[in-house]
Design a protein around this ligand. Structure first.
Ligand code: PFF
Length: 514
């Protein structure tokens, strides 16, 4: 079985998984869109579901690893003591693969932009959007996301695939741990440099950085925001996505830990590290800079990470003194953040396939990449605009993560047992756990997850009745149907693999009993 070589290694790897495009593009866009009041549901979601579910995953991961299983289906089955738990567990490695189906594509854009800044061919404000759409082969309303003729984007995509494949092939400690150990400090150093640059920007046309921070962070319409279900859903969704929580990535990483290493402080450190990168670094760079240089028009970009990163920022770097170099650094930062995240989307499937089928790492890698390439192929070729990306984002990032988080909480509390779980979390703990954690883990977190899921499905049904929403898109768009077919086929494959794994997991349980 593979393992991390140091405790710092696992903390950096989990933090690397968490710190990604979500921190530097998605979060600032959400705060700017909803105003500073967003931070209230965001913090509450962190305390009620983010950190508790993260701790559940760390604890179950370490306990599963100690029993000789590193995959979420194996861990759920071993700890929960029921064979059938491997099947809901098999959803866990599938969801990050769905996310990866578009995340790698955006990762490639970031890398290609870094290259464009380096050689001085990045687009300016006037043409950023047209250039971008043309570059990805889309027109605004109904283009095809097709990489025609764009050598640098093709090159970047191949490079991103090669790098991810190579690192995974090198394995947990020689691959993932090594990359995260140098990428994370480098990423934070670049982010600090960017924060320093943005905070010392001179005013442009009377707009100062402080105005930019105010435009983003000022609490607006607090009462109406706090009573809006949409804002709560967005806050909870951001907490999951950003912490990489509720998806089995942390469980898999924690399974490679040594049995006598603390998980309580490690989990808290990784979560706090992510929040620092998100609020203190991500929240200080993109939006304030966009406000200073673009004025009120920056607001048009806040709803979408892609628009923020690829339409608004080129305008910022064009106007900023030495912007070419800051642009280069920023897109290197995004590329590193995305790489350490995408690795954690792939490794859960590797652990699962190697374990359930008894395959070598190379064979498992080939299968995972075959699945991934099918999804990427759909995103790149077969759809109109970003409809396949939106489909994957909707079903995996929103519905899938919440569902797997709920499954995790149910297995932790009811199949394994809250008390047993918390005793295991406490074992070797280097911090005292907060009082009332048991109640939060057993009741509050699952209840909050159920409400989120119900609320979300209800909203979708209503949208469907009004002739809108994702279900309608699914009925109307070929790209959405293809993306959906890919997800269903992958789930069927993973269920079949879980079935093959039962024999091996049975053997583990028998060994433990003996
Ligand atoms: N946490 C990553 C981000 O903020 O960009 C995204 C992510 C990584 C989600 C890994 C899920 C995951 F398993």
């Amino acid at each position: 079985m593979q393992s991390w070589s140091t405790r710092l290694g696992v903390i950096l790897a989990v933090t690397g998984s968490a710190v990604g495009l979500g921190n530097f593009l998605r979060f600032p866009g959400l705060v700017a869109e909803h105003g500073g009041a967003f931070i209230i549901p965001y913090v509450i979601a962190f305390l009620i579901i983010g950190l508790p579910v993260a701790w559940m995953e760390w604890t179950m991961g370490r306990a599963g690893g100690a029993r000789g299983t590193c995959s979420v289906p194996g861990i759920m089955r071993a700890l929960g003591g029921q064979r059938w738990l491997a099947y809901p567990g098999a959803l866990a490695p599938a969801i990050p693969i769905f996310l990866c189906g578009f995340y790698l594509f955006v990762e490639a854009w970031c890398l290609a932009y870094a290259w464009k800044y380096l050689i001085g061919t990045a687009p300016g404000a006037a043409t950023a959007k047209q250039d971008f759409l043309q570059w990805i082969g889309a027109t605004e309303d109904h283009g095809y996301l097709f990489l025609h003729g764009s050598a640098d984007l093709w090159g970047a995509l191949l490079l991103v695939l090669a790098i991810n494949g190579l690192v995974i092939w090198f394995g947990v400690s020689r691959g993932i741990e090594r990359v995260c150990t140098w990428a994370m400090p480098l990423l934070i150093a670049i982010a600090l440099l960017m924060v320093g640059r943005v905070l010392t920007l001179p005013p442009v046309e009377g707009r100062s950085v402080l105005d930019g921070l105010a435009a983003m962070w000022e609490p607006r319409e607090v009462a109406s925001k706090l009573t809006s279900g949409e804002v709560w859903l967005a806050a909870a969704g951001q907490i999951f996505f950003s912490l990489s929580v509720g998806i089995g990535a942390i469980t898999t990483y924690a399974a490679y830990m040594r049995r006598d290493t603390d998980v309580a402080l490690s989990g808290l450190t990784a979560a706090a590290g992510n929040e620092f990168c998100e609020v203190a670094l991500g929240g200080m760079i993109v939006v304030p800079a966009a406000f200073v240089f673009l004025g009120a028009s920056y607001a048009a970009y806040t709803g979408s990470s892609i628009a923020m990163g690829f339409f608004a920022l080129p305008g910022v770097f064009e106007a900023m003194p030495a912007g070419r170099w800051f642009g280069f650094l920023f897109f290197v930062l995004l590329s590193l953040a995305a790489l350490t995240s995408s690795l954690s989307m792939i490794q859960p499937s590797m652990a699962f396939i190697e374990e359930a089928l008894g395959w070598s790492r190379r064979r498992a890698l080939l299968l995972v990449f075959a699945v991934l390439l099918a999804g990427l192929g759909i995103v790149v070729w077969a759809c109109r605009g970003t409809v396949a990306i939106d489909t994957l984002d909707f079903w995996a990032a929103t519905l899938g993560i919440t569902a797997v988080a709920l499954i995790t909480a149910l297995v932790f509390n009811w199949a394994w047992g809250t008390e047993r779980g918390i005793a295991e979390l406490r074992r070797e703990a280097e911090i005292a756990l907060p009082p009332g954690l048991g109640v939060v883990m057993r009741w509050l977190a699952p209840l909050a997850l159920l409400i989120i899921l119900g609320w979300f499905l209800w909203g979708e049904l209503q949208a469907f009745r009004d002739g809108k929403g994702m279900l309608r898109t699914l009925l109307a768009e070929r790209g959405a149907q293809l993306a959906m077919a890919w997800m269903l086929a992958t789930i069927a494959l993973y269920l079949a693999i879980a079935r093959c794994g039962q024999r091996r997991w049975d053997a583990l349980i028998t060994k433990e009993a003996a």
